[in-house]
Design a protein around this ligand. Structure first.
Ligand code: IFM
Length: 781
């Protein structure tokens, strides 16, 4: 497979592209995207290419293009385009030739750098350096710097740049064209408003020119077109002479918490004022400020250090942490993380169980404040979850499979891609019947509580989520006269290649767990927190709910492992389906290959899984199943799993590590890393894979580091891959920061906070730690 990627500068925290191909733009645009949780800027180039995707998304600014469509994150105006005409020739790497090409993202500083020497078709040689940041310090700021040097000839250069609001989401225009304005012939401002949610976007931008340290004003003219405002500049350079262009822009919306209460006019003034002060700082100082914020708020607090025979292992986890930061809206609890972060149009910016099950653990163990904010988002969406339950004739909170703005409720699109057999579009059933998400969210609340002990969160938000999801499950259960048990029929479990199944093991066990936890907490608060109990009783009728939980819980059908081989049925019919040779698809380099031969209806009738399903159950409720059962099911299901979902490999990696198969676990980690970082130049075209990126952290800390919350307790059981000499990282547990350093001989745990004793399990024993412990590792385990 053709790849342009280069990871040889891993020590410098750099991911790079070593050559340019305008047919292969999308991967780099996504994996090198910049952001700060407020906005995500895809790393398209300054000049334009036919196959580019220019995206600027502001988290939480959802809009519905048409009443028949679901809400999505609209693509904001393009601020980064800077086009050059050099001696009359449009600059593009598709014309002429180039040498010394590099495009690099420095993960440590969040700076993008692109450089090359372009030889125009007329033979003019120009040295280009492009730098760009989205500031982590001031979340509204984007800054660019371009250094241009004439090498062999005098150059007349025309530069076009401004704000381009002609962007769409694959053709859907989410904005009405608004006011455009030049201030002092220098500052451009462009306003557009979303058509349905009425959010005003204010984009403001300016360009400055320098020769050496001296600024100069080139001859310029200004243009205002439909949905576009820009300037044209003329500059001449003598051979050997260089110039620098700095473009500073900012983005504000009327949805931003820091803009609440401002009129549009006030918002415009604010944006302009802030732009002037950012411009006065200049690119280098803005980049420096942002890099400092990366160091202080990300790397100093949660750096993971891996000493491996392969430098890529370290680079990959830093890449994951970089993306986790830029995809997460730290600034606002009214929004969550999209399945593609904010790096592409994929999944419309919607949030799935990906956040709670695959990403949240990273925050629970490294930044509990942020984890809490993400859970508060789910609390704030309870009205939509309750509405969804009512619309489906259930009670309680039925969380949407896909979630967007707080009041939106379910936003999963109803129609998907074409069916190769019928030629018709395929119906997406997840929004109707992929229901395990309600229990997944309750589980995440519990995991957060166990790891932090945050009682105030539980009293205010957590109990209510756990109770109301349990109420949903009791209303969802279906009684069978035949076996006198309750069943959950007609669902999609985690394995989305099985639709309309009954008794999906993961769903049933998680629903059971949810009800059991609700009962435990109900008992607890009734006895210990009367005020909380009475408040929630009033809202949820806890007394009535409890009676129903008591009546139904132990009659829920929970699939059991088969006597003969320990295999648990993934659902009622899975083990009876036709078993075909999957070797062709297991070897696939691209996901979804099977759909070139079968449609979903046919796949539904085969023993083939898209992703971890039963394995997810063993992963989340690991204390309930023996290692023998886990192994038996691994041996049965893994060969039938195509890992066609990016959520699959990391879970398998963690379980392989638990099972003691280090080589397999390491191999699965590498494969999980390659979902975004691998050879395939198209794998990330719609955006990075947020859950898989969270999963990379899980591979290391849960898998190789062996850190887990099991039944409410901290357990540490490291198993390093053969190629690793040492692994160290910091986790937080109940308010104490713990630094773990693991090598083949020993595990050292330091309580960096040292204020309270931490209890943890290791090697079947309970340890207490106040300051530092050194434990010998039995590396054969
Ligand atoms: O949530 C996942 C799901 O498990 C598999 N399909 C893609 C979704 C979004 O990542």
């Amino acid at each position: 497979m053709k790849t342009l990627m280069d990871y040889t500068r891993a020590e410098d925290w750099v991911i790079a592209e070593k050559a340019f191909n305008s047919e292969l733009l999308d991967k780099v645009e996504a994996i090198m995207s910049l952001g700060n949780g407020y906005m995500g800027l895809r790393s398209a180039t300054e000049e334009r290419y036919l196959k580019e995707t220019r995206n600027l998304f502001v988290a939480g600014t959802f809009n519905k293009f048409h009443e028949d469509e679901v809400t999505e994150l609209p693509n904001g105006a393009d601020l980064i385009s800077i086009e050059f005409f050099i001696n009359g020739e449009y600059f593009t790497l598709d014309k002429g030739s180039y040498r010394d090409y590099r495009r690099e993202l420095n993960i440590r500083t969040g700076e993008l750098h692109r450089c090359f020497i372009w030889i125009s078709p007329k033979g003019d040689e120009i040295d280009f350096h492009f730098y760009r940041i989205v500031s982590l310090k001031d979340i509204h700021v984007i800054a660019q710097r371009v250094e241009v040097k004439a090498i062999n000839k005098d150059l007349d250069i025309k530069i076009l740049s401004g704000i381009d609001g002609r962007m769409t989401n694959s053709g859907s225009q989410h904005f009405t064209d608004g006011e455009k304005r030049f201030y002092h012939k220098k500052y451009m401002q462009f306003i557009q408003s979303t058509t349905e949610s009425n959010i005003d976007f204010v984009h403001t931008s300016t360009l400055s020119f320098f020769k050496g340290n001296m600024s100069f004003e080139p001859e310029s003219s200004t243009i205002m077109d439909r949905r576009r405002i820009y300037s044209s500049f003329k500059v001449s350079l003598k051979a050997g002479e260089g110039m620098t262009i700095e473009k500073v822009s900012n983005v504000h919306t009327s949805r931003d918490l820091d803009n609440q209460g401002l009129s549009l006019e006030e918002l415009q003034d604010k944006a302009l004022k802030e732009l002037k002060s950012a411009e006065a700082k200049g690119y280098i100082s803005l980049a420096h400020e942002s890099a400092k914020a990366w160091e202080e708020t990300v790397w100093n607090s949660c750096d993971i250090s891996i000493s491996s025979a392969e430098a890529f292992d370290q680079l990959a986890i830093r890449f994951a942490q970089y993306h986790l930061r830029i995809m997460t809206p730290y600034h606002d609890n009214r929004m969550s993380i999209g399945a593609k972060g904010i790096s592409g149009e994929g999944y419309k910016g919607h949030s799935f169980w990906d956040t709670e099950i695959f990403i949240l653990p990273y925050y629970i163990f490294t930044n509990p404040k942020e984890a809490r904010r993400l859970l508060e988002y789910r609390y704030l969406t309870l009205p939509g979850a309750r509405r969804k339950a009512r619309e489906n004739n259930y009670r309680g909170a039925m969380f949407p499979w896909e979630s967007a703005w707080l009041e939106d409720g379910e936003v999963t699109p109803v129609w998907g891609s074409a069916d190769i057999v019928t030629g018709m579009r395929t119906k997406i059933w997840s929004g109707f019947i992929e229901q395990h998400i309600s229990a997944d969210i309750a589980f995440a609340v519990w995991q957060y509580y166990m790891a932090t002990g945050d009682q105030e969160f539980m009293d205010t938000y957590g109990y209510e989520i756990i109770f109301d999801t349990a109420i949903f499950w009791t209303s969802r259960l279906e009684y069978s006269e035949e076996d006198k048990l309750y069943h959950i029929n007609d669902v999609v479990g985690p394995d989305e290649y099985k639709e309309h199944v009954d008794d999906n093991a993961f769903t049933n066990y998680m629903a059971y767990w949810n009800i059991e936890k609700a009962m435990e907490y109900c008992d607890h608060i009734k006895a210990n927190s009367k005020e909380v109990y009475h408040r929630l009783d009033k809202v949820l009728d806890l007394r009535g709910a409890y009676r129903e939980w008591l009546d139904k819980k132990d009659k829920i059908y929970l699939p059991r492992a088969r006597e003969e081989d320990g295999v648990m049925p993934q659902d009622k019919t899975y083990l009876t389906l036709e078993d075909i040779d999957l070797s062709k698809y297991k070897k696939q380099e691209q996901v979804g290959l099977m759909f070139l031969d079968y449609n979903l209806e046919q796949v539904n009738k085969l023993q083939v899984s898209k992703q971890a399903d039963i394995m997810m159950l063993f992963f989340l409720l690991e204390g309930r199943f023996s290692m023998d059962i886990k192994k038996a099911n691994w041996n049965y299901y893994e060969p039938r799993t195509l890992h066609d979902s990016s959520l699959s490999l990391s879970t398998h990696c963690v379980l392989a590590s638990d099972m003691g198969d280090r080589a397999l676990a390491y191999n699965l980690y590498k494969r999980a890393c390659r979902i975004d970082l691998g050879e395939n130049m198209h794998s990330s075209k719609d955006g990075i894979h947020a859950a898989s990126i969270g999963g990379m952290w899980q591979c290391i800390v849960y898998g190789f580091g062996g850190v887990r919350m099991v039944d409410g307790h901290l357990r540490i059981e490291p198993r390093l891959p053969e190629a690793w000499r040492e692994l160290s990282f910091t986790i937080e547990w109940r308010g104490q920061a713990l630094r773990l350093t693991i090598d083949k001989q020993k595990l050292i745990i330091e309580n960096l906070t040292g204020k309270e004793e931490v209890t943890f399990l290791h090697g079947g024993r309970t340890y207490r730690l106040l300051h530092k412990l050194e434990l010998a590792m039995n590396d054969k385990k």
